[in-house]
Design a protein around this ligand. Structure first.
Ligand SMILES: Cc1cc2nc3c(=O)[nH]c(=O)nc-3n(C[C@H](O)[C@H](O)[C@H](O)COP(=O)(O)O)c2cc1C
Length: 138
């Protein structure tokens, strides 16, 4: 069964841009053989990651990521069974969110902004709404 998991966490200060490069290198090395795809959005303070793949594999990955010292306080926002992947060609698409202005691919509404804020605060629980929001970045 395919699952999609989304979580937010706090990026630690010692997690430099160089560390982000290392995280992405781990993704590039480890995710393809496990058929894991997804996206990683990050700012100076936060990570938002969506990972998708076989349920068991995704839970094992999340257990590993949770223990990573480069972030704290991982909060799962949604975990949903899916029929197909949303980001099948991204072994980990990544995008940096600028501190002030968020660079959305399309113009977004005030409602979207509110949803995004609640995702960042770990308060959004509607998986479909989260997914639709994240898709706007790619
Ligand atoms: C926010 C965040 C996201 C991560 N995402 C992944 C991931 O998708 N796949 C992965 O293998 N490691 C990911 N990691 C890194 C793992 O926690 C771990 O360091 C890595 O898998 C170790 O593997 P390696 O020693 O083979 O490089 C992530 C770490 C952080 C902090």
């Amino acid at each position: 069964m395919l699952s999609q998991l989304v979580y937010v966490s706090n990026r630690k200060q010692h997690c430099t841009e160089e560390e982000i490069e290392k995280i992405l290198a781990s993704c590039k090395k480890n995710n393809p053989p496990l058929n894991i795809t997804g996206i990683l959005l990050y700012s100076d303070k936060k990570f938002i990651q969506l990972v998708e793949g076989e349920s068991k594999v995704i839970m094992e990955l999340y257990d590993k990521i949770k223990k990573d010292d480069r972030h704290t306080n991982p909060m799962m926002i949604s975990l949903s069974p899916v029929k197909e992947k949303s980001f099948p060609s991204w072994h980990m698409g990544s995008k940096k969110l600028p501190a002030g202005k968020v660079d959305y691919k399309t113009d977004i509404t005030t409602e979207d902004k509110n949803v995004f804020e609640s995702i960042l605060n770990g308060k959004e629980e509607n998986g479909e709404r989260v997914l639709n929001m994240l898709k706007k970045f790619f």
